[in-house]
Design a protein around this ligand. Structure first.
Ligand code: MRU
Length: 365
């Protein structure tokens, strides 16, 4: 499966700048209205990028945090500075466990080393995390294709395969390829006539990022309001739902962008397979069940103010609710394992409640 391209140029969502002590990212707060590359040169830059969602998506948050540790150690590679970097980055967003997974890996790798060796080692480990993410997502694409192919064959020759997704779990949310979209790209590249229903994903509209990246790859897609999903599923206009995840508990419960649960409920009622695609870094075997997953509550202005481009094509904000209007803005929800047809990982697919069969080394006791 080929890597992703922007205007036909192979591009990752984060990369180390050659001969510079810095990484570049694609500013996801500007997309799809403008394509802007931002340079991160310090711990503060990396923490701000995650908190403000210039970078977002569970695997990309993890990779950015790893690079953030490397950036912090440029200034000071002592024990206290390393601990401070890990605490600062760990406090940026609570739900995606990939963040904590990446930081724990950096800490375990760096702490035993003498300070003089930590700087170079941190860059190497961050690069390894990014490269492994790319390889794992490529594998998720292949395993997901094995699930989509029979659905396409069931549709019959000349019939399109309609896949629904929520939020953005594409290459922008990872280092490359994506999780939920990796099987879609694999299917498209294999010549399957696939179309994606792209759920807008209020209030941050990550669906627009999905539409943008599908457009870059030439994959047919149609954007829908989140509230249209139930109707399309009930009408038989969806062959499969595929979403990503921010954290999957040991019992298979899945935290993902708020609204995922509603799609799972509607898919179950309609008899449509509901797949979750996620790499090892999203699996939290230490978390017993979904109700123990912390759900991020974000600021109310994400609902009160919408962002887009104005008549002059420049970025514009439009207030739709007064400042003092009460709003609630939980950013994620939890889909119980029983609604998930299968979880697709880099090691293959399994029932959500049986994920540990793919990771026997994680079974304790
Ligand atoms: O708040 P976001 O945009 O970071 O949330 C992203 C999601 O919920 C994605 O579906 C999830 O991280 C999987 S990304 C491959």
């Amino acid at each position: 499966m080929a890597g992703m391209k922007v205007n036909n140029v192979p591009t990752r969502s984060i990369w180390r700048v050659e001969n510079h002590a810095a990484v570049d990212i694609i500013d996801q707060t500007a997309l799809p209205h403008a394509y802007r590359v931002l340079r991160l040169a310090s711990l503060e830059d990396a923490a701000h990028a995650i908190r403000s969602m210039q970078v977002r998506g569970a695997p990309l948050i993890g990779a950015t945090a790893a690079y953030g540790v490397a950036l912090a150690l440029l200034r000071d590679a002592g024990d206290a500075a390393l601990a401070n970097a890990i605490a600062t980055l760990g406090g940026t967003r609570p739900t995606a466990v990939n963040l904590h997974w990446a930081l724990a890996r950096m800490q375990a790798h760096l702490m035993p080393l003498p300070a003089i060796e930590r700087g170079a080692a941190a860059w190497r480990e961050a690069e390894a995390i990014a490269d492994e993410d790319v390889a794992q997502n490529r594998a998720i694409g292949e395993h997901g294709l094995a699930l989509l192919r029979p659905l396409a064959e069931k549709r019959g020759p000349g019939q399109r395969l309609d896949v629904m997704t929520h939020c953005n779990a594409g290459w922008l949310a990872t280092v490359d390829h994506g999780t939920a979209l990796a099987p879609v790209y694999a299917a498209f590249d294999a010549g399957i006539d696939v179309r994606v229903w792209v759920s807008e994903t209020r209030p941050r509209n990550q669906g627009l990022l999905t539409a943008w990246e599908l457009q870059q790859h030439g994959v047919p897609h149609t954007v829908i309001a989140d509230n249209a999903a139930g109707l399309l599923l009930a009408r038989g206009e969806v062959d499969a739902v595929i979403v990503g995840a921010d954290r999957i508990a040991a019992n298979g419960d899945v935290a993902n962008k708020v609204g995922t649960y509603l799609k799972a409920l509607a898919a179950k009622e309609a008899g449509v397979p509901f797949y979750v695609a996620a790499p090892r870094s999203t699996l939290d075997f230490g978390c017993p069940a979904g109700d123990a997953i912390p759900i991020e509550e974000r600021e109310g202005d994400e609902l009160r103010v919408v962002h887009g481009s104005g008549g002059d094509g420049r970025p514009a904000a439009l207030r739709q609710l007064a400042k003092d209007e009460a709003v609630a803005n939980p950013a994620f929800d939890v889909t119980p394992a029983r609604f998930v047809s299968a979880v697709i990982t880099e090691r293959g697919s399994a029932a959500a409640a049986a994920l540990s069969t793919l990771y026997p080394e994680e079974r304790h006791g």
